[in-house]
Design a protein around this ligand. Structure first.
Ligand SMILES: Nc1ncnc2c1ncn2[C@@H]1O[C@H](COP(=O)(O)OP(=O)(O)OP(=O)(O)O)[C@@H](O)[C@H]1O
Ligand SMILES: [Mg+2]
Length: 256
């Protein structure tokens, strides 16, 4: 279990996160949802160990890891901008982290991740020859082969749309389930959060607005922010789809 206790973080005397208390069970998929600038990436960086907290403690499997350096925590992240190496091909990007730690994944296991993420036919390509979705899958594979104890994903689906997005969502679920991997995903899309995760963490202005299962968030939003931010956005999306459908229907009727 990962536990955050009374975590506080500020930058330049501005409080970004305040009194964050959170428990994430092993194997759970948790989405972090909230407006731009509310502190989602900061929260991931605190868990990863990239950023120190000002106050509070972080525990993993009962052990206090607050002061344990990033390399020793054994967590891994897919960054918001993927941070792939443009001068290396896909295969070299995927196996980059293994060059000094070849024991973590065997050649067969690397191949399995490549297969799982549908990257087999792209292995010799350079990064700039890939689509956005393919880049995201390379970033995911590169992180997975390191077998992290916790997988952190910062907006892994933001550049994707439609079918690809759904298929990667399924892949993430599959990987989390098969490897019993605790996964924390940052997103700003309520629909994505509600369909992908076991629990949703809603952050607003540096505070936890609500933390619960998707059905709990939908049926019992704990405050106005949750109601407005999440449910209205879903409603707007639904209305847009309906309006689009209606428009297309009208157009086709007129065309006839
Ligand atoms: N290294 C830093 N130094 C100073 N301020 C920072 C730093 N990193 C983040 N911030 C500030 O902290 C706040 C939270 O940033 P963060 O990146 O966590 O937001 P976010 O929720 O991930 O936003 P987005 O959805 O746009 O990615 C922002 O106001 C940002 O400007
Ligand atoms: Mg961010």
């Amino acid at each position: 279990m990962l536990e955050l206790r009374h975590i506080k973080k500020s930058y330049d005397h501005v409080t970004i996160l305040e009194d964050i208390n959170l428990k994430i069970q092993d194997g759970e998929i948790v989405s972090i949802l909230g407006p731009s600038g509310c502190g989602k990436t900061t929260l991931l960086n605190l868990v990863l160990g990239l950023t120190p907290a000002d106050q509070g403690r972080i525990l993993f499997d009962g052990k206090d890891i607050t002061n344990v350096p990033m390399e020793e925590r054994g967590f891994n992240i897919v960054f918001q901008d993927y941070a792939l190496f443009p001068n290396l091909n896909v295969y070299k990007n995927i196996t980059y982290g293994l060059r000094n730690k070849p024991d973590i994944s065997s050649k067969e296991e690397v191949d399995e991740f490549i297969e799982l993420l549908g990257l087999k036919e792209h292995l010799n390509k350079k990064i700039d020859q890939l689509s956005g979705g393919q880049k995201q899958r390379v970033a995911l594979a590169r992180t997975m082969v390191m077998k992290p104890k916790i997988l952190l994903l910062d907006e892994p689906l933001s550049a994707l749309d439609g079918v690809i997005k759904e298929s990667i969502k399924e892949k993430i679920k599959e990987i989390a389930r098969d490897f019993h991997l605790t996964t924390i995903i940052v997103t700003h899309d309520p629909e994505e959060a509600l369909t992908l995760s076991d629990k949703v963490l809603i952050v607003n202005q540096g505070h936890i607005s609500q933390y619960g299962a998707p059905e709990e968030i939908i049926t019992a939003p704990s405050n106005n922010f949750v109601k407005e931010f999440i449910l209205n956005q879903l409603e707007i999306k639904r209305n847009n789809i309906f309006a689009l459908f209606h428009q297309n229907l009208t157009n086709s009727v007129q065309a006839v």
